[in-house]
Structure formats: structure tokens, C-alpha cells
Ligand binder design. Sequence first.
Ligand code: RP5
Length: 191
Amino acid sequence: DVSDIIDDLHAQAAADVDPESTPEVGIIMGSDSDLDVMAGAYDALRELGFAEQTDYHDAPEARFTFESYVVSAHRTPDLMYAYGETAAARGLDVLIAGAGGKSADLPNMTASIAYPLPVIGVPVQEKSVDSVIGMPTGAPIVAVDAGKSYNAALSAVQILAREHDELVERLDEEHDALRSGVADVSRDLHD
Ligand code: RP5
């Protein structure tokens, strides 16, 4: 039940948990119908060595982890509020929030609630872009283009990398692979 999840989030926020064992990145989305688009964020995080932490109290072997929830701004506004309000206390460092439709309110509302935690908004479709990025002056959100959840995850890791040299190295490897890919394709054109 949603009330149980809300109670659990508050209990986790109040618990004295080793910050090393809590997820760094939180992925939330408005509906499970957003999963196909949000899968790009899971892909990027896994490629960078993050493991999914399904049980908050079950510290995984991987140093860096992420969690994910379906949180609907309109069907479960209380859950959206609880998630955003407890995110920092639960040890999260950055959130990725995706929503679709013309009322894609989850990313921008969560950015306001979770402030000052950075929230990277992913408009699930083109028609959700205006809703996600349409924030009033003084209440910013960081956002990627429609559907680009993979880039949202890379941005999240870049934010974390400011404090973790290990993540800078992993990002560099990805970056080098990207550069080599362009060189390979270019070479193929001449073969
Ligand atoms: C939004 O409404 C969700 O983020 C989703 O993209 C869209 C449609 O949701 P469903 O009706 O498929 O659950 O809140």
C-alpha cells in the first residue's frame, strides 16, 4: 500500500544508516508505462558500475548504487512529497525523474520539494518537455531532451564525480570508448 511505502521512507530517513550503504542515485517515474524510456538511465548507470539496490537496508557489494520507484504526481501526491522530502536524509545525492503526457509534473514538483538536491528531469515524450522545464524563476530544474534518460544518468554520475575520483575514471573510459567509436566509423567509410 502507498501508505506503507511512505511510512518506510520516513523510517529510513530517521534511521542511523551508514551513508556508504545507501543508494546515491534515485530514479523515479510517473508510471510503469515510462519504463521503456527510463530504461536508458538504468543502462547508463549499470555500464558505469552502479548496482540496483532493491532493499534500502541491504548494503550491496557495489560501492555505488541506485534505487527506483514509481511515484505519480497526480495519483499519489503524498508519495511524491514523502519521496522528495526524505531523499537527502535517506542518503541520496541526485535524483532522476521521468514523466510523460502534457501534465508531466513529477520532475518539476520533485525538484521543488527535494531542494537543494539536484533533480534531472526526463520528459518521456516531446509533449512533456514544456511541463518538465517550465519552472518559475528561482526554482530551477536540470533537464535533458525528451526520452534521453541515458544522458540524464550520465549527468547524474558527472555530478557525483565531483566528489569521487573513481567515477571520473569510469566516465573517462566511457568517453574514450565514444571517441574510438567515432574514429572506427570514420575509418570504415574509407574502407
Ligand atoms: C504520466 O502520465 C506518466 O509519467 C506517464 O508518462 C503518463 C501516462 O501514464 P499511464 O496512464 O500510462 O499510467 O503521469
